[in-house]
Write a protein that binds this ligand. Structure first.
Ligand code: ZN
Length: 112
């Protein structure tokens, strides 16, 4: 089985089989990357790939997967982004166990 040389940021050059690598192409913007788990240190490595690299990997038989950006990115949003304090407050509201009861009650009041 042909081996593909890749580089792990920790271990340097490593040899991989086609099954060890996956090419990911974003169908929204066309950006591509490939990833693998380093056979030496087991760290998941992901690297950007230009079209030439993608073509070489695909022609070698590496699996190709497509993904797309979440549709929510194309929605219009208004208002300020949530703040760190709001996120922490939300965390505490979820943690007290009664959040969904309060949410349901609040929704019922709005319907009345
Ligand atoms: Zn490694």
């Amino acid at each position: 089985m042909p081996l593909i040389k890749a580089s792990c940021p920790t271990c340097g050059d490593v040899e991989l089989t086609m099954e060890d690598i996956r090419v990911l192409v974003c169908s929204t913007d066309g950006q591509a990357s490939y990833n693998f788990r380093c056979p030496s240190c087991a760290v998941r490595v992901s690297k950007a790939a230009d079209k030439a690299v993608v073509d070489v990997l695909i022609s070698a038989g590496v699996a190709l997967s497509f993904w797309r950006m979440p549709a929510e990115l194309e929605e219009e949003h208004d208002g300020e982004p949530i703040s760190y304090d709001e996120l922490v407050q939300f965390h505490y509201e979820l943690a007290d166990g009664a959040f969904f009861e309060r949410l349901s009650e609040s929704a019922r009041k709005r319907e009345d």
